[in-house]
Write a protein that binds this ligand. Structure first.
Ligand code: PLP
Length: 405
C-alpha cells in the first residue's frame, strides 16, 4: 500500500452527488481492499518500503504516500475525503477533537501581533482559547455581536487576519449572515472560519456561501453515537495543505485510525439521523413554546426565532439541539433536571440519546460572570439535545419534569 498513491480518493466520484450518496460512496474504492464492503481499519503507526529508492520517492511526494500515521493513513484520509466531499470542500484533515481542529486551524492563520474578530456567542472553550491563551503570544481578539454584519466591519483593524463565526451558536443559537460576513472579509483580505457543528453539512454548506474554512466537533452529529471524540477542518486545497504540513503534523493533534473508522461508520447514517433529529426537535420546540412555564425557546427552526428568515436563506434544515428559559428559581431548575427519565443529564450533544444540561454549571466555573451573561446565560437556561427516541416519550418526559418546577 505504501507504493500506491491514494488513488481511492480520486476514483469514480461525481461532485454532483447529493449528500446521502456522498456519505455512502465518496472517498471509497473497495478494489484497494479486497472488495470489502466496509473499508478496513489500517491500525498501523508506519508504512514500510521495499527499498531505498521507494522510500526516497515517497519523501519526494509526501502528500501522496503513506509514510507515517501522524501525516497520512488510509482510514483517516478516506474519512477526511468523505467529509470534504460532503462540505463541497477540496480537502480536509481529521483531528483528535473539535478543539484540536479549532485551535490548530486558528493558529494556522495568525502570527504574533495579529488580530482576530470573533462572535461573542462562540463555544466557551474556543473563546477561552482566544481570550486567555492566544493573548500570551500577542494575538488579540475583539468579540462582536455577530447578528449584525456591520459589527465585523467596525472591528476590522489593519492587522486583522481572521473572522471566526459559529452559526448557529450552540447555546443561544444566534446566527451570522455568512454571505455578508465573508464579503466583508474578502474586501479586507481576511480569512473566514466557521464552526459548523450544529447544522452539519447536511443543513448548511458554508464554503458555498464564501466562507474559507469549516471546522467541526465531529464528536457531535458527524459521529453521532456518543462513542468517539474527533474534529475536522475542511476548506480549499491551499489552506488545508498548509495546515496539513504545519499545525496538523507539528502540533500532532491527529485522530487515530480506529476513531476515524468509528466516525466513518457514524457518517453513513448522518442524513437519516438528522432527518429524525429535526422531526423530533420541531415537535419538542413547538411543545415547549406553548408551555406556560417556558419563558423562551431558542431554536432556529421556530418561526419565532428572531433570525428565522436568515436561517431559511442559508440553511436547509435544523438539527436537534436547542435551549429554553424556564420561568422559575434555581431550586425549580434543579427539580426539573432531576425529574427527567428519558433524558440523561450530561454535556456534549448530537448523539443518539436525549440529553439535558444547565450551562450555568460549567460557565459559572470557567468564565467570569460578565462573560457568561454577555453570552446570554442565566440560571434558568437549559440546553437539550433532542435524541432519536420516539418523540411522544421525549415530550412526556419534559411534561412530567416541567410539572415539578
Ligand atoms: C463540543 C463542541 C466543540 C468542541 O469539540 P470537542 O470534540 O469536544 O473538542 C466545538 N464547538 C462546538 C459548538 C461544540 O459543541
Amino acid at each position: 500500500m505504501s507504493k500506491e498513491p491514494r488513488k481511492h480518493l480520486e476514483k469514480g466520484e461525481d461532485p454532483a452527488w447529493k449528500s446521502q450518496t456522498k456519505l455512502l460512496h465518496s472517498g471509497e474504492d473497495p478494489s484497494q481492499y479486497f472488495g470489502a464492503a466496509v473499508p478496513p481499519i489500517v491500525q498501523t503507526s508506519l508504512f514500510a518500503f521495499e527499498d531505498y529508492e521507494a522510500l526516497d520517492e515517497a519523501f519526494g511526494d509526501r502528500e501522496h504516500h503513506f509514510i507515517y500515521t501522524r501525516g497520512q493513513n488510509p482510514t483517516i484520509d478516506l474519512t477526511a475525503a468523505k467529509i470534504a466531499a460532503l462540505e463541497n470542500g477540496e480537502a480536509a484533515r481529521l483531528f483528535s477533537s473539535g478543539m484540536a481542529a479549532i485551535s490548530s486551524t486558528i493558529l494556522s492563520q495568525v502570527s504574533q501581533g495579529d488580530h482576530i474578530v470573533c462572535v461573542k456567542s462562540a463555544y466557551g472553550p474556543t473563546m477561552k482559547f482566544l481570550r486567555n491563551w492566544l493573548t500570551r503570544f500577542g494575538v488579540e481578539t475583539t468579540f462582536v455581536d455577530g447578528t449584525d454584519p456591520a459589527e465585523f466591519e467596525k472591528a476590522v483593524k489593519p492587522n486583522t487576519r481572521l473572522f471566526y463565526v459559529e452559526s448557529p451558536s450552540s447555546l443561544v443559537f444566534e446566527m451570522q449572515d455568512l454571505r455578508a460576513v465573508s464579503a466583508i472579509a474578502k474586501e479586507h483580505g481576511i480569512v473566514t472560519m466557521i464552526d459548523n457543528s450544529w447544522a452539519t453539512p447536511i443543513f448548511q454548506k458554508p464554503l458555498d456561501l464564501g466562507i474559507d474554512l469549516v471546522v467541526h466537533s465531529a464528536t457531535k452529529y458527524l459521529a453521532g453515537h456518543s462513542d468517539v471524540v474527533a474534529g475536522v477542518c475542511v476548506g480549499g486545497k491551499e489552506l488545508v495543505s498548509k495546515i496539513a504540513a504545519n499545525e496538523h503534523v507539528l502540533l500532532g493533534g491527529i485522530t487515530g485510525p480506529f476513531e476515524a473508522w468509528l466516525l466513518l461508520r457514524g457518517l453513513r447514517t448522518l442524513d437519516v439521523r438528522l432527518e429524525r433529529h429535526q422531526k423530533n426537535a420541531l415537535k419538542v420546540a413547538a411543545y415547549l413554546e406553548a408551555h406556560p412555564k417556558i419563558k423562551r425557546v431558542y431554536y432556529p427552526g421556530l418561526k419565532s426565532h428572531p433570525q428565522y428568515e436568515l436561517g431559511r436563506r442559508q440553511m436547509s434544515g435544523s438539527s436537534g439541539l436547542m435551549s429554553m428559559m424556564i420561568d422559575c428559581d434555581l431550586p425549580g431548575v434543579r427539580r426539573f433536571v432531576d425529574s427527567l427519565r428519558v433524558f440523561r443529564r450530561g454535556v456534549s450533544w448530537g448523539g443518539f440519546e436525549s440529553l439535558a444540561y444547565a450551562p450555568i454549571i460549567s460557565m459559572a466555573r470557567e468564565q467570569p460572570e460578565e462573560v457568561w451573561r454577555a453570552a446570554g446565560v442565566e440560571p434558568g437556561l437549559i440546553r437539550i439535545s433532542v435524541g432519536l427516541e420516539d418523540v411522544e416519550d421525549i415530550i412526556a418526559d419534559l411534561d412530567a419534569a416541567l410539572a415539578r418546577v
